[in-house]
Write a protein that binds this ligand. Structure first.
Ligand SMILES: *Cc1c(COP(=O)(O)O)cnc(C)c1O
Length: 358
């Protein structure tokens, strides 16, 4: 390769993975577990792949301290499939949702087809720039659904609400980025491609007691959580390669101090970038300070400096800063600081932000 310039990958998803995971899985494309075969070309029922499944599950159980009465499932269809699979299984009459961004809105749009949806709090009126904290969850509802990190707007739940009904959370963009008390949740789900692994696998952590809360409606076999629980996520062919890469990524997370280590690392990166924004002549953050996400940092030019956009973007390109364009629904800039992104990359961005107009 002739281009050796270091690229700093701030992509929102799919996004940066640990170099360790990339290298280990590259080896498995040549000789997987000493089979002499490529991981992509052998049976998912082989004992070598069964071992990958088992190790992935036990790494997740260990890293997140998942209690024994929870199943860990590897599903397909992305987090977006969970938007309808959850209500299809568990919405009997009514469910509570918070609307804190585009993904939460999409989850609500799917749920309304299965029952009544109470939107107990929404930040839509302020372009989703904060996470509501004062609201009442209807304790006769079938479940409460929230989004832990709003990827597009750069806001994040700082403290999960107390909840007397099953608590369901979309953690697609911040799972494994910080410790969470899994025992407080009844179902956690995450599309892999932000902080876990490549696109194509969806992680579901479900409390076994949820199987007693099934609605009466017919749910297709593939969309029943029990189907996958009973079959160790091997009812049908699982996405073998995304699971393998995720496993290596989890080994890296563990090696780096687990979710405590990740939280420390992510806080350092976020603090550096937010303090740069707050002290900047040119930029301002878009999220309210006490709702700020450590995973996705959204910022814009102060209105009087809008004309500097092109100059800034050119400087970013020159310095290998990649993937900071804001989501098409918000504009501005979004720097995603997922687990694997090194502090050096944030420093490179900060240097450009402070020096581009000199
Ligand atoms: C990216 C994202 C989704 C969508 O995930 P898919 O796997 O593409 O369906 C859902 N929720 C959140 C919070 C996300 O960041």
């Amino acid at each position: 390769m002739s281009n050796t310039k270091k690229i700093h990958n701030f992509s929102a998803g799919p996004s940066i993975l640990s170099q360790y995971a990339i290298e280990k899985s590259r080896e498995d494309l040549v000789n997987f577990a000493n089979t002499g075969l490529n991981i992509l070309e052998i049976s998912h029922r082989s004992k070598q792949f069964e071992a990958v499944m088992d190790e992935s599950r036990s790494l997740i159980r260990e890293i997140l301290s998942v209690p024994e009465d929870y199943d860990i499932l590897f599903l397909q269809g992305g987090a977006s499939t969970q938007f309808f699979q959850i209500p299809m299984n568990f919405l009997k009459t009514s469910a509570s949702y918070t609307n804190t961004g585009t993904w939460a809105t999409k989850a609500i749009e799917e749920a309304v087809h299965f029952g009544n949806v109470n939107i107990v709090a929404s930040s839509e009126g302020k372009n989703f720039n904060f996470v509501p904290t004062e609201y009442t969850i209807n304790n006769t509802d079938d479940y409460f659904h929230c989004t832990s990190n709003n990827t597009i707007y750069g806001t994040q739940i700082q403290e999960f609400p107390k909840c007397d009904i099953p608590l369901i959370c979309d953690m697609s963009s911040d799972i494994f980025s910080r410790p969470v008390d899994v025992s407080k949740f009844d179902l956690i789900y995450a599309g892999a491609q932000k902080n876990l692994g490549p696109a194509g696998v969806t992680l579901v952590i479900i409390k076994k007691s949820m199987y007693n809360n099934m609605s009466e409606r017919h749910v297709p076999t593939m969309l029943k959580y029990q189907t996958h629980a009973k079959n160790g996520s091997m009812y049908n062919t699982p996405p073998v390669f995304p699971i393998l890469v995720s496993k290596y990524n989890l080994e890296w997370v563990k090696e780096m101090g687990g979710v405590q280590g990740m939280e420390k690392r992510n806080s350092e990166k976020a603090d550096l970038l937010y303090s740069t924004i707050d002290n900047s002549e040119y930029f301002q953050g878009t999220a309210e300070v006490n709702s700020r996400s450590k995973m996705n940092v959204c910022f814009v030019f102060k209105p009087e400096f809008n004309s500097l956009e092109e100059k800034f973007e050119t400087a970013c390109k020159e310095h290998g800063i990649s993937g900071i364009k804001g989501h098409r629904s918000v504009g501005g800039y979004r720097a995603s600081l997922y687990n694997a992104l090194p502090l050096d990359s944030v420093q490179a961005l900060v240097d450009v932000m402070t020096n581009f107009n000199k």
